[in-house]
Design a protein around this ligand. Structure first.
Ligand code: HEC
Length: 166
């Protein structure tokens, strides 16, 4: 009887021990996967916000409230973006991504572009809130140039979703 209990305890410990390792690996994988999925979704939303501003600034009577809403959000994303590329979330993860490995092998330039993006997005937000609105279109273009420059260097081409022709 006593032997039986000990045996069961032992078996239980072994099973517990064996499942612990794969579970922790699974958790790590899922976390990176989640980060990459969130990153992709945020960029997709950013693309949509950008598209909508693009449409509005072409109009005779743009919807400034809509532009402002998107500009505020883009600035939030520009800042958040500093957290979107943790080590291990590149192509080496084996998970499908359009982020190039250069994000981590050439990090200084990437960071410089992120900083530039934050500055231009902040300016876009400021103008969309307090004006002068005649400068909005030019600042929007300037912001878009940072998007394109970063994509040129750090995003794989041949994306179906691209709005910048690469
Ligand atoms: C500092 C670099 C950087 C900046 C600035 C940047 N992007 Fe990106 N963008 C990326 C990277 C890297 C990806 C790939 C993300 C991934 O792995 O899913 C991406 C992905 C995207 C995607 C998703 C489609 C795809 O092919 O993966 C869209 C849409 C997009 N960006 C739009 C924008 C817009 C609009 C701006 C500016 C308002 C912008 N991006 C600014 C680096 C940048």
């Amino acid at each position: 009887m006593e032997r039986n209990i000990k045996h069961r305890l032992f078996a239980g410990t072994v099973i517990f021990g064996m499942t612990l390792i794969p579970l922790s690996l699974l958790a790590a994988d899922t976390e990176i996967e989640q980060i990459m999925k969130d990153r992709f979704e945020k960029f997709e939303q950013m693309g949509e916000a950008y598209d909508e501003i693009n449409r509005e600034v072409e109009l005779k009577n743009p919807d400034y409230a809509l532009i402002k809403k998107h500009a505020i959000q883009i600035e939030v994303w520009a800042n958040e973006g500093l957290q979107w590329f943790p080590v291990g979330s590149g192509p080496e993860s084996g998970i499908k991504t359009s982020t190039k490995a250069e994000v981590w092998s050439k990090p200084a330039k990437f960071r410089a572009l992120q900083d530039e993006f934050i500055i231009e997005a902040r300016e876009l937000k400021t103008i969309s809130i307090s004006g002068p609105l005649e400068k909005l279109s030019a600042q929007f273009k300037k912001t878009g140039e940072v998007c394109s420059e970063c994509h040129e260097l750090y995003r794989k081409k041949a994306s179906l979703f691209s709005i910048f022709g690469n």
